[in-house]
Design a protein around this ligand. Structure first.
Ligand SMILES: Cc1ncc(COP(=O)(O)O)c(C=O)c1O
Length: 446
């Protein structure tokens, strides 16, 4: 592997960024991609990325996690090509065998899914989860988790990592202000949105008691501020609270789903949500989202009374290419008794142990938090329990320097502190060892 030298040449990347700034509002098509160094990637294969200047990187970003099997996987591409040559079209009338096969495969994988609907993105699926919950319960309030991300639409667009000065210290049985991550969210919508810390059942109960809550929407393990696992009993407690206060429990498994286990993180936790949302790894990088769960809630999509019916629509929903990619991905994940997950766990454990040893040798306070192939090195002395813990104790400045130094040595770890790292099934033990070796070099220089 030809790692770029510490003073990497990025003149072509810079020229592409300049051209983008001249014609794309904001210069990027998803604000989350606006980071330094600005690199224009032109090619990817397996575990590797190449930028416009020919620099090669070992990838742990995975484009925010979808490429569970690796980039540009030949088997998934072959399934898409087969759909292409089989006389594909959107059809746009009735149903297709592609979407039926996909829905059957998803329901077979995740036991809480009695019925599903198929969208193009995770954001569309979380929007449906909230609207369905409101229609089902006749209530309007929604509870979200601090430090979580559930997409870009009005009902969920709060700041993922707000400054503590804006939200204040940890509350005891209380809530935090909804700080929008976007202009243009109507005040009337924002008033319905309540934010509590992850792993805080007392605050969750306070909000459920205080407001008529339609839905609690949360990632079952926070993976947009690294990897914050649920405390023992937290998800079970959430389940009980939602059941006793009549709120829908919706797990956002857009990141955890299919990456942590075929049955979703819920299968690891042993907790059955009412609704679940999937995306990302389900189609290994092709754009697809799924919302599913209890049949009585999902049937709101088909309520006999028009006034009670929840609209689901989309020209591109269950597009044949993305459906074919998802069907092929699920087949692969099911193969050989879950061999993909065993491989990912082996790689993850190797990386966790190697990074921990490298940090310990240099006396860097750290905890490597990991769920299967998702990992995050926190530079603090314990695995955080919530957003406040991360904001107060993680050495974000060191994390930023560490990630940028890795990038200059050919390891692409997204250059934002605490952004979760993702290993793919295309990574090899030798690449993990190389990553650990480069980490050691980087730590010497920091
Ligand atoms: C947990 C979670 N939910 C929802 C979304 C939104 O998914 P999409 O970007 O496909 O709209 C994301 C995207 O990063 C996510 O991480």
């Amino acid at each position: 592997m030809s790692a770029p030298a510490p003073t990497t040449v990025r003149t072509r990347s810079q020229a592409i960024a300049l051209a983008a700034n001249a014609c794309i509002a904001g210069g990027v098509v998803s604000l989350n991609r606006k980071v330094e160094p600005g690199i224009s990637f032109v090619r990817a294969q397996g575990s590797r990325l190449w930028d416009a200047d020919g620099n090669e990187y070992l990838d742990y970003h995975s484009a925010f996690a979808p490429h569970l099997l690796g980039h540009n996987d030949p088997e998934i591409n072959a399934a898409v090509q087969a759909a292409m040559t089989a006389g594909w079209s959107l059809m746009g009338s009735g149903t297709t065998t592609w979407e039926v096969e996909l829905a059957q495969a998803v329901c077979a994988a995740v036991s809480s899914l009695e019925l599903v609907q198929i969208t193009n993105t995770g954001s569309e699926a979380t929007a449906h989860a909230i609207r369905l919950s409101r229609a089902f319960t006749g209530r309007e309030h929604v509870v979200l988790t601090l430090g979580g991300y559930n997409g870009w639409h009005n009902d969920v667009a709060r700041a993922v990592a707000p400054p503590l000065s804006a939200i204040g210290a940890r509350v005891v049985a209380g809530e935090y202000p909804f700080l929008p991550s976007s202009a243009g969210i109507p005040a009337g919508v924002a008033k319905l949105l309540h934010v509590v810390n992850f792993n805080d059942l007392a605050s969750m109960e306070y909000v459920l008691k205080t407001y008529p809550v339609a839905c609690v929407l949360t990632e079952p393990a926070l993976q947009n501020i690294g990897v914050v696992p649920p405390a023992p009993g937290y998800l079970q407690g959430l389940r009980e609270l939602c059941s006793s206060y009549g709120a829908v429990l919706a797990f956002d498994e857009v990141k955890t789903g299919f990456r942590s286990a075929l049955g979703g993180y819920q299968s690891i936790a042993g907790v059955r949500p009412d609704l679940s949302v999937f995306g990302k790894a389900i189609a290994n990088g092709y754009p697809l989202g799924v919302i599913g769960g209890r049949a009585d809630i999902m049937r709101q999509f088909d309520a006999a009374e028009p006034a009670k019916r929840v609209l689901v629509a989309g020209t591109y929903n269950a597009h044949p290419f993305t459906s074919a990619a998802a069907i092929a991905t699920l087949k692969r994940l099911n193969r050989e008794g879950g061999a993909v997950y065993q491989h990912l766990e082996m790689l993850g454990a190797r990386l966790e142990a190697g990074l921990s040893a490298a940090f310990a040798e240099k006396g860097v306070p750290h905890r490597v938090s990991r769920i299967g192939s998702a990992f995050c090195a926190y530079f603090m002395d314990h695995v955080p329990v919530d957003y406040h813990d991360v904001a107060m104790h993680h050495d974000a400045a060191f994390d930023g320097r560490y990630r940028r130094a890795l990038i200059e040595r050919g390891i692409y770890h997204f250059p934002l502190p605490t952004k979760q790292g993702s290993i793919s099934a295309a990574h090899t033990p030798a690449e993990i060892d190389r990553t650990i070796e480069i980490t050691r070099d980087v730590l010497k220089a920091l």
